[in-house]
Design a protein around this ligand. Structure first.
Ligand SMILES: [Zn+2]
Length: 505
């Protein structure tokens, strides 16, 4: 077998189970051709070529087991070999009808939604929309061959020789995709949207801050009600980005939108919210980690969501910048910071749900439960019973806990979690797998829950029709708008075509 590993730095990683493999894996495979051992002839179709040297890519090593079976090793987070969950790689030079089994052998987690039916996602050159693999092709078990580590195996049948196939832990959402999305938003010159660079990451990537509000709000004398949202502090938790917004590419396929797109839309609910509330959104708190294909950490191996108490400007510059801004706003008497919500994804739980803080004051406890209760009414996939309030020691450095202690008792701090896999609804007997669109829909439902909350609290006394009852929550007018803004409509023909584009398994 020929193996070509990307050159990387010579950082020492301790061997042993903590690193999840015999070798320290510090780089991604780079167009690695895996032919049978001892084979020296010309490259043949079916000698698979693996690659993960692209943005958000992750695959550290491939072992040839047989022509049909390969062991795959996740490349651990940079500078932190304890985290090995996210993978994202391509396979090409396949033979038509070639059946393979891929074993992902070095997960750092033992509990996994793979037990409950979760499966990796796949797309290919000719079928560019991500799909989840059928769960019947996925096995998760404790393997004696790999130090009794948990192994996820999946069977796959390649069907088009010229296609490049891509497999990932969940729907990827890259830093570049976010940048394109934000640029396209900026080009619309919306009077109620402002984009700023809040800082730079260690590798000099942009830390973006969006402010969405009616400009009268900023200049007015009355107290400014502020909602602060952050996402992707944990880089592998890509569903958080779909909740936050949507890339225009996906808009070609669906009229569903996440938080940001909803808040900048002409939807009546969005207009009312912009008139009363200032939304500050940091859509990617850990841009280096996202770019590098890490699961949990920054470039330097820090779990930024454990450093809120004392972030350093050189080791955790993005976190430092966000915290400074929040502390500053908190000291401004004209600002009332009402909500801080940090969006994450969960690798072992189903549904959307929240974590909140524990308070002595019973009335505060009750008030804190209001937003998740309202969200539960608006979002069929959000579970109030999974929502919990805690003060675990290990979570003391999280944004939710730290800011819960810093801000006064009229502020609410939550972590919003959404399952990497799926959700159960009232009548369902099995989990419904999340699609990209369903993640976005949860985002939209979070946004519109602010209206319910502020109506309940008498800040908003609007009687304008808000028209949020239609099936996907958008009026026909909005639907045609979404279609025309991207220049591409979607008809039933597209849907049919999509069906015929599934993978043969
Ligand atoms: Zn997280």
């Amino acid at each position: 077998m020929e193996r070509k590993m990307e050159e990387n730095n010579d950082r020492d990683v301790e061997p042993g189970s903590e690193t999840g493999g015999e070798d320290a894996l510090v780089g991604n495979v780079n167009k690695l051709t895996v032919s049978p051992p001892g084979y020296n002839g010309p490259l043949r179709k079916g000698h698979l070529i693996f690659d993960a040297c692209f943005e958000s890519g992750n695959l550290g090593r491939v072992d040839y087991i047989s022509d049909f079976e390969f062991d795959l090793f996740i490349r651990p987070d940079t500078c932190n070999p304890r985290f090995r969950v996210w993978f994202n790689f391509t396979v090409e030079n396949v033979r038509e009808t070639q059946r393979v089994i891929f074993n992902v052998v070095n997960f750092s987690k033992t509990k996994s939604l793979y037990r409950d039916g979760m499966s990796p996602v796949v797309k290919s050159t000719s079928r560019p929309k991500w799909q989840r693999l059928p769960p019947k092709n996925v096995y998760y078990y404790r393997c004696p061959d790999h130090r009794r580590n948990y192994v996820m195996s999946f069977a796959f049948c390649f069907d088009r020789e010229d296609d490049v196939y891509q497999f990932a832990y969940c729907y990827p959402y890259t830093y570049t995709r976010l940048q394109h999305y934000l640029s396209s938003l900026e080009r619309r010159n919306l009077p109620y949207l402002q984009r700023e660079q809040l800082g730079l990451s260690v590798q000099q990537r942009q830390l973006d801050l969006l402010t969405i509000t009616n400009s009268d709000n900023v200049s007015s004398e009355r107290e400014k009600k502020l909602v602060f949202l952050t996402a992707r502090v944990h880089p592998g938790e890509s569903p958080a980005s779909f909740i936050c917004q949507v890339c225009s590419w996906v808009n070609l396929y669906a009229c569903l939108i996440g938080v940001i797109d909803f808040l900048v839309s002409q939807h009546p609910v969005a207009q009312i919210l912009r008139d009363h509330v200032i939304f500050k959104i940091v859509p990617m708190l850990n841009p280096d980690g996202v770019y590098l294909g890490n699961y949990r950490c920054s470039l330097m191996g820090f779990d930024l969501n454990r450093h809120w108490q004392d972030p350093s400007p050189w080791a955790h510059p993005t976190l430092h910048a966000v915290k400074q801004l929040i502390v500053q706003m908190n000291q401004d008497p004209s600002v009332s910071l009402e909500f801080y919500i940090d969006v994450h994804s969960h690798s072992t739980m189903l549904n959307g749900f929240m974590y909140g803080n524990v308070f002595e004051d019973e009335e505060r406890v009750q008030r804190q439960a209001v937003f998740p209760r309202l969200l539960c009414q608006n979002a069929p996939d959000f579970s109030f019973s999974n929502t919990s309030f805690n003060r675990d020691k290990v979570k003391a450095g999280t944004g939710r806990r730290f800011l819960g202690g810093l801000l006064d008792d009229t502020s609410y701090c939550y972590t919003l979690e959404v399952s990497f896999y799926g959700y159960m609804t009232a009548g369902s007997t099995a989990p419904v797998p999340y699609s990209e669109e369903m993640y976005m829909k949860l985002g939209r439902n979070v946004a519109r829950t602010f209206l319910d909350y502020y109506k309940l609290n008498n800040l908003i006394k609007e009687n304008r029709p808000t028209n949020i009852q239609s099936a996907d929550g958008m009026s026909q007018r909005d639907k045609s708008k979404t279609g025309s803004s991207t220049g591409v409509g979607r008809d039933t023909g597209d849907r049919k075509k999509e069906k015929s584009q599934s993978f043969g398994h």
